[in-house]
Design a protein around this ligand. Structure first.
Ligand code: 6PG
Length: 463
């Protein structure tokens, strides 16, 4: 284990003690580093201090907190993204010195990160000191923050290297037991990669929800049968954290019993999925599954029939009849295709952004650090790494063909035979479209292009 310095000064500070910040501070302290902590409302600081954890030292004032740190000072901020980060910077920088490092571990937009880097790192007449600013994606929720998250730092190479020993000590482990952290790349690369991670997260979550919808119909709403099916799906390549969470959701109870069917349909979103889509549009990268999953959450908030559905959706099971469940192999193949296409779309976007912005991202490293701690971790990342590493387009084509057949067969054998209504299949069908277009020798867009030519005089290429 890495040893903390013997001086009286502390090694690092964590600002913002909501669940993520508090647990990150506890994780760092548990590895032997001395951590100064601060929260705007003092109660949260006091709450953490009453836990009496070794190596955590509380402060109620920025000046004293900054003075408590060894040089160069390393200060993690884990507050709500947006204005609170800017407010924090304005408040703390007057007490800092050149060479000190701020590390934003929240879900910030990479463009904000780059703006802050420019403002802080450039010495000019107004700004007389150069503070390093690292945009650092952290994935794994509060449990990951406590026990080992996947960490995606980006910014000036030298500054990232300074904090790397601490990040390595607290990170989750990949399949080969190495820490799930890497110097992702320059400027906003860390926060960009975390944003795309979340976009992939949205697509996989919605894809799982669609498979759940199919199973709900087949089983007549029997959650035990649905849970059994998902437990079988949670093996092989799609053995994953998000399927663990799905099974937990199917088991979750309150005083009135199983909760899932009583949970409102409206799905929330904090913005990272939409930012992923925005970036894809800016860079001209196709991410249909991710876009569909963002729209699915939006649509769930705008369904005028929900009050009616609320009554209908409590499915009454005919106890005399044992439901005929679908062959799980078809669902496995479809879900594998959904995972694969979500990852491929996200990686394609990262690759394009990297080319465009020259961030120096190593895609293989990105895939490796997603193997542990993060929300989108799955066994499939091993195969994905092979596909990317070898740049083997034949292998990739084979995988896409397999994915397409899996989705088509699942549609023919399972979806077509559904006993009642058509399930919601936006990510399922987007994944199928994605594969179909990648494999197509003909697309209908010759029509689009000639239409554009006729009314807009746009140039056409004659083959
Ligand atoms: C993680 C998660 C976490 C959160 C996102 C998405 O990696 O730990 O991605 O950061 O789930 O903020 O949240 P929304 O679903 O609320 O947009």
């Amino acid at each position: 284990m890495l040893q903390a310095s013997n001086s009286n000064l502390n090694n690092i500070a964590v600002i913002g003690l909501a669940p993520m910040g508090k647990n990150l501070a506890k994780n760092i302290a548990s590895r032997g580093f001395k951590v100064s902590v601060y929260n705007r409302s003092h109660e949260k600081t006091d709450e953490l201090l009453t836990e009496n954890q070794e190596n955590i030292i509380g402060f109620y004032d920025y000046k004293e907190l900054v003075t408590s740190l060894e040089m160069p000072r390393k200060i993690i901020v884990m507050v709500k993204s947006g204005q609170p980060v800017d407010d924090f910077i304005d408040d703390i920088v007057p007490f800092m010195d050149s060479g000190d490092i701020l590390i934003d571990c929240g879900n910030s937009n990479y463009k904000d990160t780059e703006r802050r880097q420019k403002k802080l790192e450039t010495v000019n007449k107004i700004n007389t000191k150069a503070i390093h600013f690292i945009g650092c994606g952290v994935s794994g929720g509060w449990k990951g923050a406590l026990n080992g998250p996947s960490i995606m730092p980006g910014g000036q190479v030298e500054a990232v290297e300074v904090i790397m020993p601490i990040l390595k000590a607290i990170a989750a482990k990949d399949f080969n037991n190495s820490p799930c952290v890497t110097n992702v790349g320059l400027s906003g690369a860390g926060h960009f990669v975390k944003t795309v991670h979340n976009g992939i997260e949205y697509a996989i979550m919605q894809g799982i929800a669609e498979i759940y919808d199919i199973l709900r119909q087949y089983s007549g709403g029997n959650q035990v049968l649905i849970e059994k099916a998902f437990s079988e799906l949670n093996t092989g390549e799609i053995q994953s954290y998000l399927l663990d969470v799905t099974i937990e959701a199917l088991q979750k109870e309150d005083e009135n019993g199983l909760m899932l069917e009583r949970v409102d349909f409206k799905a929330g979103a904090k913005g990272t999925g939409a930012w992923t889509v925005e970036s894809a549009l800016e860079l001209g990268v196709a991410i249909p599954s991710i876009a569909a999953s963002v729209m699915a959450r939006i649509m769930s908030n705008h369904n005028q029939f929900f009050t009616v559905n609320k009554i209908d959706r409590i499915i009454h099971q005919d106890t005399n009849q044992e439901p005929q469940m679908p062959n799980n192999q078809y669902l496995t193949n479809a879900l594998e295709a959904i995972y694969l296409t979500a990852y491929l779309q996200g990686l394609d976007l990262i690759n394009k952004a990297n080319e465009e912005y020259k961030w120096n991202i190593n895609l293989d490293e990105v895939i490796r650090i997603w193997q542990g701690g993060c929300i989108i971790r799955s066994k499939m990342l091993v195969k994905l790494s092979e596909l990317i590493k070898n740049g083997n387009s034949e292998l990739l084509t084979e995988e896409i063909k397999k994915a397409r057949s899996g989705l088509l067969e699942c549609y023919d054998e399972i979806v077509q035979n559904l006993p009642s209504s058509v399930p919601y299949l936006s990510v399922f069908t987007s994944a199928l479209d994605y594969c179909s277009v990648l494999l197509a020798d003909k697309l209908p867009t010759n029509m689009t292009q000639l239409q554009r030519n006729i009314f807009g005089d746009h140039e056409i290429i004659i083959r």
